[in-house]
Design a protein around this ligand. Sequence first.
Ligand SMILES: [Zn+2]
Length: 306
Amino acid sequence: MQMYYTRAHRLKRRSAFLSAFLSVILATHFAFSATVRPLKISHRARSLKPGEVVLMTVRSAMPLKEIEGKLLERAVPFFSSQDGRVWQGLIGIDLDVAPGTYGVELNGTRQDGVSVQAVRRLRVKRKWFSTRRLTVEEKFVTPPAEELERIRQESETVGSIFVKVSPERLWSGTFLRPVSGVATSSFGSRSILNGQLRNPHSGTDFRAREGTPVGAPNMGRVVLAADLYYSGNTVILDHGWGLYSYFAHLSRFAVSEGELISKGSLVGYVGATGRVTGPHLHWSMRLGGARVDPLSLVAALSGVGG
Ligand SMILES: [Zn+2]
């Protein structure tokens, strides 16, 4: 084959290529619009604000083999509940996400091999967080020098857990509240401890007496059950697909690391260990790395079957 061309040849080849390319696009476009309705996308959330969980549902007239979402360079896994025609995925909007419009890119493959794409835009609104002022033991505001290495190691351990995305989805259906007590502290509130500004509260606190049983909100594997400097006796449950529950300040554990526990089963007991003002349950969650309010997940999935 001739390996070099005159300029005219090149232009001719280029335009031939372009028109072939365009006709493929047009053919696909018309085939697509003639035979398939576009994907129908809907979402459900308490609100579209930082710290909220969004349940996205994709409906396709033709069954899909698979579909995956992508938001801010992170994969959003979807599962099918009805023979490949209805797919759902959970999206976490991190506590620090700036207000604005974000596109969730959806890429799927139909069972006949044809690929389908869509983009769903989510408009994230501004959220105003309240400020809470607490008085705690001084060692929890300015830890003594000899504890700094322990604190650093613990934060590394917890951080390395949250970056893992376990391939198996263990959670299903609705999420249960771990205790029946009312939620006393709003997620994301700015915390001033002994007069000093600290990290925003990335969980929800529940009023409960010391010794109240704490139930697993959904199925999960115990990936940590340990005494941590700030959060006291802590249990982390891996629900799979990048979703984690974190329970802090327990008086006692009822599970050990590595155990697989079912929805509603006993995790431990409410206590006042670590940085607290009194006995309560702290529950925080991570979803695909995002810090989200557990109660927004409970709300997004309420009334969902399974
Ligand atoms: Zn808390």
